[in-house]
Design a protein around this ligand. Structure first.
Ligand code: OAD
Length: 230
């Protein structure tokens, strides 16, 4: 079977990475627009760098590990009977650490920087700031997190829509369905006439669009679902 899986912040919640839309509607004390837009970066680069530096340091502080949901998707990727196309909205590297060989990070990656002068994308495990220098072109004050901000185009959209058009099953895991275009993938899947499954802790914005919706923790339900497929 050809399977497209879309993951969101909920799959990393049990690993200790906070989701975006918690009870107070804030993202670690900030409104999303304050820290995750190109305008915010122009207005206050220090605040934006600081916000992503904290998140990067947390991801690397040794307390955050992949959970059974990430590991189950790696098992699915290794299965001979199925072909998995894994796309994530998450900027953490927990799918990779959980063993997934091929992950499309449509909203970018926290552990990469991008040069606004020459476009070079590089591994980044340290803090970024205005004093950072691009190793590729030597410019100062030109590195930004390699993440997609609101108002910017996500990565890989053509590839994702081709994958959905060729799939037999579309599964969304741990995503609230608030942010397009990812929230629209279930509509593409329905148009393609394929089965759709949601695995989420709570009712999401998209729940009613899916053929089937399973309610619970990803760490429990994703391994169960992968076992059913084997
Ligand atoms: P959200 O924070 O909007 O939603 C997370 C979803 O995961 C919610 O529906 C929760 O109910 C669910 N959830 C929480 N814990 C869970 C668990 N243990 N098991 C299963 N589900 C659980 O996160 P996303 O939908 O990923 O974009 O957010 C989408 C985008 O909004 C992000 O990629 C980011 C953000 O702004 C950008 O920054 C561009």
């Amino acid at each position: 079977m050809n399977i497209v899986v879309l993951t969101g912040a909920g799959i990393s919640a049990e690993s200790g990475v906070p989701t975006f839309r918690g009870a107070d509607g804030l993202w670690e004390g900030h409104r999303v627009e304050e820290v995750a837009t190109p305008e915010a970066f122009v207005r206050d680069p220090h605040l934006v760098h600081h916000f992503y530096n904290l998140r990067r340091a947390k991801l690397l502080d040794g307390t955050i590990h992949p959970n059974p949901a990430h590991q189950a998707l790696a098992r699915l990727a290794a299965s001979k009977e199925h072909r998995l196309f894994l796309v994530t909205q998450n900027i953490d590297d927990l799918h990779e650490r959980g063993g997934s060989p091929d992950v499309l990070h449509m909203h970018g990656e926290l552990l990469k920087s991008r040069c606004t002068e020459c476009g070079a994308v590089a591994d980044c495990r340290e803090d970024l700031g205005r004093a950072s220098v691009c190793k590729a072109c030597g410019h100062l004050d030109c590195l930004r997190p390699h993440v997609v901000w609101f108002g910017e185009m996500p990565f890989g959209l053509d590839e994702i829509s081709v994958a959905i058009s060729q799939a037999d099953l579309f599964v969304a895991i741990g995503t609230s369905g608030n942010v397009y275009p990812a929230a629209g993938f279930v509509f593409l899947a329905r148009q393609a006439g394929i089965k759709t499954l949601e695995i989420n802790l709570e009712v999401s914005e998209g729940t009613r669009i899916f053929h089937e919706s399973r309610r619970g923790r990803a760490g429990d339900l994703v391994p169960q679902w992968v076992d059913e497929l084997q």
